[in-house]
Ligand binder design. Structure first.
Ligand code: FES
Length: 320
């Protein structure tokens, strides 16, 4: 009895019980990659099963072997090894053109989850150095780079100590995530401990190095939030870095940015704060109006007021 397979974004094709998904798609004129000729050896035919996974035959021994090595998620199947036993199957070909082939095949050393992306709940940590421009203007380029490296090493040590992963650096700041290999509660605690360690280490660095040698001190702004984000890899060839995307990332960046206006070096969302087993003392809470969020966002201030803060805190802490 013929069934149908819906190839997402392409067409619905008829398939009978003796045909593999690959045979059915080729018969229907879909240019389905099958580099090994359907022997279950190359993985170029693989599809993401969007619906009807239960209607597919169990993975063959070839498929199990290859999935073991490549660590494909359960909803990725080899079209040349999969038969359909009922209606309602919808799949998406993962390799549709030469560019896809380049991305998926030439990056076969990477984790498939990383290449395909996955949704994860992570703790998001943003930090930025304050008052760096005046330092740049009054010091030699060598000193600027040297001090920048010292401070970034200080950030990196703390982040690594607490199991964070640096995702990106930009200008005089960076952003890291926690929870790739731990629960969200542990991840949030780790992000907060990182921030507190950096504040303590920076105080020592200012007192023992910056003040005596440069007559200058640095301060930082830290923002922490938690949320569901997409973890994946958009690097092609040049950079294969992990990328983390999603609205919670924008919120965490916004929390970091508002440390200046709130005149507090460490701002954490109340959602993240409530996940902490031993939350640090919060001097106060505040409400922010964030773009794209209908209700004001509750945040906790767990850092210190800035010593060099030239700007007075806003009279109304609701920011637009
Ligand atoms: S065509 Fe090679 S594994 Fe399916």
């Amino acid at each position: 009895m013929p069934y149908h397979v819906h190839f997402n974004g392409e067409k619905v094709v008829p398939i009978d019980e003796k045909q593999t998904i690959l045979q059915a798609s080729l018969a229907a004129g879909i240019p389905h990659y099958h580099a090994c000729g359907g022997k279950g050896e190359c993985t170029t035919c693989r599809v993401l099963v969007l619906q009807g996974q239960e209607q597919l035959t169990p993975p063959t021994s070839y498929e199990r072997a290859i999935k073991n090595v490549k660590k494909f998620p359960d909803n990725v199947r080899l079209a040349c090894q999969s038969f359909v036993q009922g209606e309602g199957v919808e799949v998406r070909r993962l390799i549709r053109d030469e560019t896809d082939r380049y991305i998926f095949i030439d990056s076969n050393e990477e984790s498939t989850k990383t290449v395909m992306g996955e949704r994860r709940k992570l703790a998001l940590f943003f930090i930025d150095i304050r008052s760096f421009t005046p330092f740049i203007e009054s010091n030699l380029p060598f000193d600027v780079i040297h001090i920048m490296r010292r401070i970034f090493a200080l950030f990196q040590n703390a982040i690594t100590q607490y199991g964070g992963e640096i995702i990106d650096t930009a200008g005089d700041g960076l952003y890291a995530v926690y929870g790739l290999n731990s629960s969200i509660k542990k991840a949030t605690e780790a992000a907060v401990l990182t921030g507190l360690k950096i504040l303590a280490d920076l105080r020592i660095f200012n007192n023992t190095y910056m003040r005596p040698y440069f007559n200058h001190t640095f301060e930082v702004g830290i923002g922490v939030h938690v949320g569901k984000v997409i973890v994946g890899n958009v690097g092609i060839g040049l950079s294969n870095n992990l990328t983390v995307m999603g609205f919670p990332v924008n919120i965490a960046a916004r929390l970091q940015a508002c440390t200046k206006e709130l005149n507090n070096s460490f701002v954490i969302s109340a959602i993240a704060y409530r996940l902490l087993r031993n939350p640090p003392y919060a001097v106060s809470c505040s409400y922010l109006n964030l773009k794209g969020v209908s209700n004001a966002y509750e945040v906790m201030l767990i850092g210190k007021p800035y010593e060099n803060n030239a700007e007075k805190p806003l009279p109304d802490t609701r920011l637009s």
